[in-house]
Design a protein around this ligand. Structure first.
Ligand code: NAG
Ligand code: NAG
Ligand code: NAG
Length: 633
């Protein structure tokens, strides 16, 4: 067998592959004529007696594996098991064939062995070699257990009696982690998420070195380690690549998913599963659009009246303990929870208790009809910007958000779709746009107070009439950023960037996951359409306009938006995944090419990983295509 060296890749006697920034370059050095035999890529010795290679019947409910996959022309091709001398599963073939099978594709050099060895989740151990703080060490330990638990889920039910004996004993794997940098484990705007991973054999065991500048970077390294570990159903064992080096860092610092829990309620378990799937894709921002005019499901300690009046019912409420659970779960996975209470519009009954509490009208136009005169979708409602109690209330809400989430460098004020007619009806002495501008200033002011007297580094507003000329000029780009949801071709979507506002892109024509499901109101068209396919999500690169201005655009990243007018818990996973995985790679790697065959192959594997983690991601295609990719690509 030939060998190659690359960077630190010292291992010998293996075929290796590597990918670099940009185009995936393959350097598969195969045995010349024998390349078609999978014996070249299987590490364990094949038995001469074919039947001895067959796994135990008990694993297959009486059906023996009919297929074997061989790596040919950089793809795995399916053969009748009876026609080959070697039985190799699809999973193992994919991992040892040409594509890296990593998702998102790393942005630095990658070198992967084409040999695998057996491992077991309980043979992994962690050694924190260097850590800047006790907090980071604690988080590393917890993230390691999360990784081990995912491995355990994979091997559940196969390790033990069903394990094939001819693959050799499982190796010990020592995972050594060094973090040199921030002692703060939180995902921050200035967190350096880069990491290096080096996996190599050492005697009879394996050693993994992960180095990073932050807990979040090291955690990404663990996620990549998990991706080079898989269950081989034919061997009845976890396998891991025998050697690998990965140098990696994201292209954009903000990589998010918005979930709306107001149009329809989602139990905590659904949110946790979604966050775990985000972590599998190295996304870092769970944008929780917690309330809207339809419902207010969060029972704040500082303002329980909001949920009392605004929740759908007792079974549709998040407590502050729920929020803590979600935040902790996300933090161990390198994810910030960005809670958004959208105001001054998009409020409803939750704010209807002012008069009875002696505080006057906290909001106007609540459930006003005809709704189309006072809001974008029923029911209507908009805060009363002239009621000072509103600002006291918002200060409490903002303080509680910051305390519970620990996110104090980014804040989302909402600020979406204010109805000028609603305010014009109640305040005929003032231009509603002036009221809106003044409300935004006041909200910013109480946000500073809630944040210990300091404005967050990035305070986001939704793009709106307020972020269009001539109002845009009155906002300070040092204080505000804009989440741009308008269509990518709208001039105002560009104007925000040209004016130097730090932006999170959520273009409706590419990254709105709720589009394409028709109308839910009898009186109007569908909210948006058509459906955005994963390929459209993947291929959207609005910053790549090749105009001189776009080079200077302060794009922080992007977020897919899952509004939930037409979605409930049962359908969440398949609506969000794998499309949000496609976004994750766009924002992590941002490779110029679109949905190439290699992207299909890697995303198909990533989708299978999500399914194995308990996420009911939609299939990319009939499973037959996973079995026979050359026929579908
Ligand atoms: C940590 O990083 C700093 C700057 O990047 C470097 O000067 C220092 O040598 C590093 N320390 C270790 C122990 O690697
Ligand atoms: C993160 O650290 C890497 C490795 O030291 C460095 O090359 C990179 O510039 C840093 N990235 C940021 C955003 O600071
Ligand atoms: C404004 O509203 C007040 C009270 O509702 C009313 O008396 C007045 O005529 C209105 N002014 C205009 C210009 O519509």
């Amino acid at each position: 067998m030939k060998m190659m060296s690359w960077g630190d890749a010292l291992w010998l006697g293996l075929t290796a592959r590597f990918a670099r920034v940009g185009r995936l370059r393959r350097a598969v050095l195969m045995l010349a004529a024998a390349a078609c035999t999978a014996a070249a890529v299987l590490y364990w010795k094949q038995q001469t007696d074919d039947s001895a290679n067959r796994p135990l019947h008990s694993m297959y409910s009486g059906i023996e594996p009919q297929w074997s996959w061989l790596c040919q022309h950089d793809r795995c091709e399916r053969y009748q098991a009876s026609d080959t001398t070697t039985l190799q599963s699809l999973q193992t073939c994919n991992m040892l064939c040409a594509s890296t099978q990593l998702w998102p594709q790393p942005t630095g050099p990658v070198s992967l062995a084409s040999a695998a060895v057996p491992v077991r989740s309980d043979r992994f151990s962690l050694k924190v070699v260097a850590s800047p703080s006790r907090d980071v060490t604690k988080h590393l330990n917890e993230a390691f257990i999360v990784m081990q638990n995912h491995m355990r889920t994979l091997e559940h039910g196969v390790v033990g009696e069903n394990r094939r004996s001819d693959i050799g004993p499982p190796r010990d794997v020592l995972v050594k982690v060094s973090v040199n940098g921030s002692g703060d484990p939180r995902m921050r705007l200035d967190t350096n998420e880069s990491y290096k991973l080096a996996l190599r054999p050492s005697g009879n065991s394996l050693v993994v070195d992960i180095t990073a500048h932050s807990f979040c970077g090291a955690r990404h390294g663990l996620e990549t380690l998990l991706q080079v570990t898989w269950l081989d159903p034919y061997a009845g064992s976890l396998l891991i690549l025998e050697a690998a080096t990965v140098v990696d860092a994201p292209r954009f610092p903000y990589r998010g998913l918005l979930l709306d829990t107001a149009r329809n309620f989602f139990p905590v378990s659904e949110l946790l599963r979604t966050i775990d799937a985000m972590a599998a894709n190295k996304l870092n921002t769970f944008h929780w659009h917690v309330s809207d005019s339809q419902s207010f499901p969060w029972k704040l300690d500082s303002a329980p009246q909001l949920a009392q009046h605004g929740a759908y019912g007792p079974g549709a409420v998040y407590t502050s303990d729920d929020v803590r659970t979600i935040v902790k779960y996300a933090r161990i996975r390198g994810i910030r929870v960005l809670m958004e209470i959208d105001t001054p519009a998009h409020v409803g009954r939750a704010f209807g208790w002012g008069p009875e509490a002696g505080l006057g009208h906290l909001a106007h136009c609540i459930e006003a009809e005809p709704w189309s005169s006072y809001c974008g979708e029923p029911p209507c409602g908009q805060l009363n910007p002239r009621n000072p109690h509103i600002y006291d209330l918002l200060e409490h809400v903002y303080r509680e958000i910051i305390q519970l989430t620990g996110v104090d460098d980014i804040f989302h004020l909402g600020g979406d779709e204010v109805s000028e007619q609603c305010w014009a009806k109640h305040f005929n002495d003032t231009d509603p746009m002036d009221l809106w501008m003044e409300f935004t200033r006041q909200a910013m002011h109480v946000l500073e107070r809630a944040n210990g007297g300091k404005a967050p580094e990035l305070t986001l507003l939704w793009s709106s009439r307020l972020t269009r000329s001539p109002y845009l000029e009155r906002l300070d780009p040092k204080r505000f950023g804009v989440q741009v949801w308008g269509a990518s071709q709208w001039p105002e979507s560009r104007a925000v960037l040209d004016a130097g506002f730090r932006s999170v892109i959520s273009h409706v024509d590419a990254w709105y996951l709720d589009c394409g499901f028709g109308s839910w109101r009898d009186s109007s068209d569908g909210h948006c359409g058509p459906y955005r396919s994963w390929q459209q999500v993947y291929e959207h690169r609005p910053w790549a306009t090749e105009t001189p201005e776009s080079a200077a655009w302060p794009v922080e990243g992007g977020a897919a938006c899952q509004w939930t007018e037409q979605l409930g818990p049962g359908g969440l996973d398949a609506r969000v995944w794998p499309r949000t995985a496609a976004l994750a790679e766009r924002l992590w790697a941002d490779r110029a090419e679109g949905a190439t065959a290699d992207v299909y192959l890697r995303l198909d594997t990533q989708r299978a990983r999500l399914v194995a983690r308990g996420v009911r991601a939609a299939p990319l295609w009939p499973r037959w295509c996973s079995h026979n990719p050359h026929a579908c690509l």
